[in-house]
Design a protein around this ligand. Structure first.
Ligand code: HEM
Length: 343
């Protein structure tokens, strides 16, 4: 399946998505006025849903359907919150939560089926066009198209939205970093909209994003099951063991990072980063199942940061450490209220 989807993530194709990403960001902030308080987590999620759907499904959801998708994605995440009582209940028990989970899945499937129906017979290079060609040639069954789209929708928006949310939060808490970020935008972009080529030149912005995903990796742990007995750094691990690979812990481990709790984008300067262990940092996983959307999301996040950062400074409303809520991904417990200031 991965080989089939790969062309949709080709670097050249991705670079051609830059103006769509920037335009959608500009639309998203068109309604902002100086001094507004916005739930930035929600706004980033709405924006990334629109971008993933247009980039991968070749469709424009419009406002009502985007809201429907976003509202139904939330109960899916909630189902994965660690809850000792729920873990003891069987899956078939019709608790209110299970009912809302099932109804959300049905709603999302209905939206996806609508998009597939609209696109059938059309050509294109996006993921949906690739899947529909494979379905026509008999390479994959019809349900597979829907499953793949659902996976992309789930994997491809919330993660990027969270990496942006935490970046805005950290910028707001570190005025000197924020100043350098704005200075770079002004120098490299010179007042124009960013392109994919310019996104690559925004070195400091990229270090800020990298460092934000170190401290707040949206996917905070991975799970693996061993299929054969193995020796793991001196531990005997039998077959069938469940292993956790926690980014959250490794990314804050003093063995790999000086002052690990400190937000310091310059720790990603090449001369400081090159000596570090390759897997001291793995927000996108690693190995053969690593994130297929990595380049996509890095380009998207950089363009969004640059487009918003050119015009606005975001200031957190509230203080003290963030309250967090782990579910499938790590969320701020109460969204992210921020006051937007025109620069
Ligand atoms: C900051 C943004 C993102 C983060 C932190 C992230 C993180 C991850 C991680 C850690 C994995 C590996 C899961 C595992 O090994 O169990 C993964 C897999 C995956 N991601 Fe992402 N992701 C991001 C953005 C995206 C985007 C934008 C897309 C789609 C356009 C995407 C699609 C996928 C898919 C399809 C897989 C499964 C790959 C496979 O199993 O072969 N991700 N992601």
């Amino acid at each position: 399946m991965r080989e089939l989807s790969q062309p949709a993530f080709d670097m050249r194709r991705l670079a051609g998505l830059d103006s769509m990403m920037v335009e959608r960001t500009r639309d998203a902030i068109a309604g902002w006025t100086d001094g507004d308080v916005r739930n930035v987590e929600r706004e980033m999620a709405r924006l990334t849903v629109g971008i993933i759907v247009e980039a991968m499904f070749g469709a424009d959801l419009g406002e009502a359907r985007t809201r429907r998708v976003q509202e139904n994605l939330e109960p899916l995440g909630r189902r994965f919150e660690p809850d000792p009582i729920r873990f003891l209940l069987p899956d078939w028990l019709p608790t209110p939560e299970t009912r809302s989970y099932r109804s959300s899945i049905r709603e999302l499937e209905a939206v996806i089926d609508g998009i597939v129906a609209e696109r059938r017979g059309e050509e294109g290079e996006d993921l949906l066009a690739i899947l529909l060609r494979a379905e026509r040639s008999g390479a994959i069954p019809e349900e597979r198209v829907r499953d793949e789209l659902m996976t992309m929708l789930l994997a491809g928006h919330d993660t990027t939205a969270l990496s942006l949310t935490y970046t805005w939060f950290l910028l707001s808490e570190h005025p000197e970093v924020e100043r350098r970020f704005h200075e770079e935008l002004d120098t490299v972009l010179g007042g124009a909209s960013p392109t994919a080529a310019e996104a690559r030149k925004l070195d400091y912005t990229n270090r800020v994003l990298t460092e934000a995903m170190r401290l707040y990796p949206p996917v905070y742990t991975l799970f693996r099951e061993t299929v054969t007995p193995m020796d793991l750094a001196g531990y005997d691990v039998p077959a069938g063991s469940l292993l956790m690979l926690p980014q959250w812990g490794v990314h804050r481990d003093p063995r790999w990072y000086d002052d690990p709790e400190e937000f310091d984008p310059d720790r990603w300067l090449p001369e400081r980063a090159e000596k570090r262990h390759r897997f001291a940092y793995f927000p996108f996983g690693g190995g053969s199942r690593s994130c297929i959307g990595r380049q996509f999301s890095l380009l998207e996040a950089t363009l969004i940061l640059a487009t918003v950062g050119r015009e606005y400074r975001l200031e957190r409303v509230g203080e003290g450490p963030l309250d967090l809520r782990p579910s499938l991904t790590m969320h701020p417990a109460d969204g992210m209220a921020m006051r937007v200031h025109r620069r």
